[in-house]
Write a protein that binds this ligand. Sequence first.
Ligand code: SF4
Length: 201
Amino acid sequence: MTDLITTTAEALRQHGFLVHCAPTREEAVRCVLSLIDEGATVGVGGSMTIRELGLAEALQSAGHAVHWHWLPEGPAAFAPAREADVYLASANAITTEGLIVNIDGTGNRVAAMIHGPKAVIAIAGVNKLVEGGVAQAIARIKREACPANAKRLGLTTPCGLTGRCNALECERGMCNVITIQEHPTGKRPYHVVLVNEALGY
Ligand code: SF4
């Protein structure tokens, strides 16, 4: 593991998160599957990382009911995802101080990561780890994730049109909510899987 992963893992543990380090994406999939009890329902937040890992398909193959609005279920998945046994999402950025930083447009993902499901699993590739604090994390998300997401969604936000954030002239199809999670909420098990590969954006 890199120093970046080791330092971040230690900081997250000090904040009460249950941290797992996976050297490869295959190991990350095995790790996530091992954390979910047989028959548990799984809600999923929008995530290129989860799509790249093929986790929805892997969970369905393992017999889990998966509620994800990126599957044909669409927005009808929001409510059962919020009430699932386990909520699976990726993090937009995690600081070496152990803070999980996310930016959402709709808010379904950050809401369920904070309240609702009985357990949370957040995945982050090494590209999501940020040296520094919250400001650096937000800058990373707006620089790397938002323009790519805007492009994927065909949004005409400044970042979608130019590749750069211009918040003052943005009508905000995205970036309506920023969360900084310092500790798990509600004494729920909150797993963080750090992967020593670049995943998502
Ligand atoms: S505030 Fe607007 S322009 Fe800036 S990253 Fe978010 S969606 Fe893009």
